[in-house]
Design a binder for this molecule. Structure first.
Ligand code: PLP
Length: 379
């Protein structure tokens, strides 16, 4: 008899379905025999500008030292973050992307006896890491696709160790203002840690801006996570971080891998923090692209969830899977989010103006194709 190795995995892992990333361009090219240069990917909320020239120069400058281990303490990057955001280096925990930090936080503070609270439609990594360590995930029904912060506060029990709040949330793009976040934090007992995931905070502008970092002094149980993968344009290099009290950072530091951020990622992230122009441009391109898509959706009579991020969830109802397939055939990759319990929505990342145009045209064509094939319609 051969051993069933799956049954040897710890219980939470046995039932786990892995995170589903956006389809890579080369994979679609292979599957459908398309020219990869003609494919556009609007599926993973990446920065469409390409990497910052400053980040590229830093990476090139680091190549000769690839034989060396990276700085496990990330001294330069912590200094740069400290200077930019006015936090102390001792408050920062670096991660291999912020996903890494989210996982380390969960492993440090929750176990099989714990409950972890998050919202319905929230970022998929929260339930995933919760289940992987065997803790009990408590998914609180969303309100208008966003976090129902009152209900989340009410869901906290004596067993709750962690609450995840994505602000803005992915894949819905919903966001809460400072007042709502503070009122929520006021209701959470100090022994429960709140992770405020600000992966898209750089896109928030004006009155809508919530700065989790400014709340750290008042709420010692708060951990703010951020990333270089989105507005900073370094998704491939894997750099993210959390800011918390030094005491919490000290705990996280015990569990994180000693060299979890590689030298090129450290160098690029440090350099890009200096590239204000790049960030500004990223914000502009995003704001314009968002308008471009909203205008098109309005004209086409399509419903969407207003988004504060660099993506937008479009409601196409029962046709979503078919439309996705028709988009893929035209070389346009977006993200179906049925896995989030939103089978009628497609999430589209904001691209360059010409990419957005191409998506809109392909979408119109897909809708035409489907309505022509509907029984009783067309010729
Ligand atoms: C993209 C994203 C992250 C960051 O992922 P990285 O591991 O830093 O690339 C974290 N949280 C949310 C909500 C995201 O959408």
């Amino acid at each position: 008899m051969s051993t069933d190795y799956q049954s040897l995995a710890v219980k939470g892992v046995q039932a786990l379905s892995p995170y589903q990333p956006g389809k890579p361009i080369d994979e679609l090219a292979r599957e459908l025999g398309l020219n990869p240069d003609r494919i556009i990917k609007l599926a993973s909320n990446e920065n469409p500008l390409g990497p910052s020239p400053k980040a590229l120069a830093a990476v090139r400058g680091g190549l000769d030292e690839l034989c060396r281990y990276p700085d496990g303490n990330g001294f330069d990057l912590k200094q740069a973050l400290s200077a930019r955001y006015g936090v102390r280096p001792s408050q920062i925990t670096l991660g291999n992307g912020s996903n890494d930090v989210l996982e380390v936080i969960t492993r440090c503070f929750a176990d099989q006896t714990s409950e972890v609270v998050f919202s319905q439609y929230a970022f998929a990594v929260y339930p995933l890491v919760t289940q992987a360590i065997g803790a009990t995930g408590v998914s609180v029904p969303a309100r208008d696709y966003g976090h129902d912060l009152n209900a989340m506060a009410e869901a906290v029990t004596g067993r709750t160790k962690l609450v995840f709040v994505a602000n803005p949330n992915n894949p819905t793009g919903t966001v809460h203002g400072a007042e709502a976040i503070e009122a929520f934090l006021d209701r959470i007992p100090e022994r429960v840690l709140v992770v405020l995931d600000e992966a898209y905070c750089e896109y928030l502008q004006g009155d809508g801006y919530v700065d989790g970092l400014s709340l750290l002094e008042r709420y010692p149980n708060l951990i703010v996570t951020r990333t270089f993968s989105k507005a900073w344009g370094l998704a491939s290099l894997r750099a993210g971080y959390s800011v918390s009290s030094p005491e919490i950072a000290n705990v996280l530091n015990r569990v994180r891998q000693p060299f979890n951020v590689d030298a090129l990622a450290l160098a690029a992230a440090t350099a890009v923090l200096d590239d204000e122009q790049y960030l500004q441009r990223a914000r502009e391109v995003n704001a314009e692209g968002m308008k471009q898509l909203e205008t098109a959706f309005n004209e086409m009579g399509l419903e969407y969830i207003p988004s504060a991020g660099n993506f937008i969830a479009l409601n196409v109802g029962e046709r979503a899977a078919d439309i996705n397939q028709l988009l893929l055939e035209q070389g346009v990759i977006v993200r179906p989010i049925a896995g989030y319990g939103m089978p009628g929505h497609l999430r589209v990342s904001i691209g360059l103006p010409e990419e957005n145009d191409r998506f809109i045209e392909s979408l119109a064509r897909a809708l035409d194709t489907l309505s022509a094939s509907e029984p009783g319609r067309g010729v």
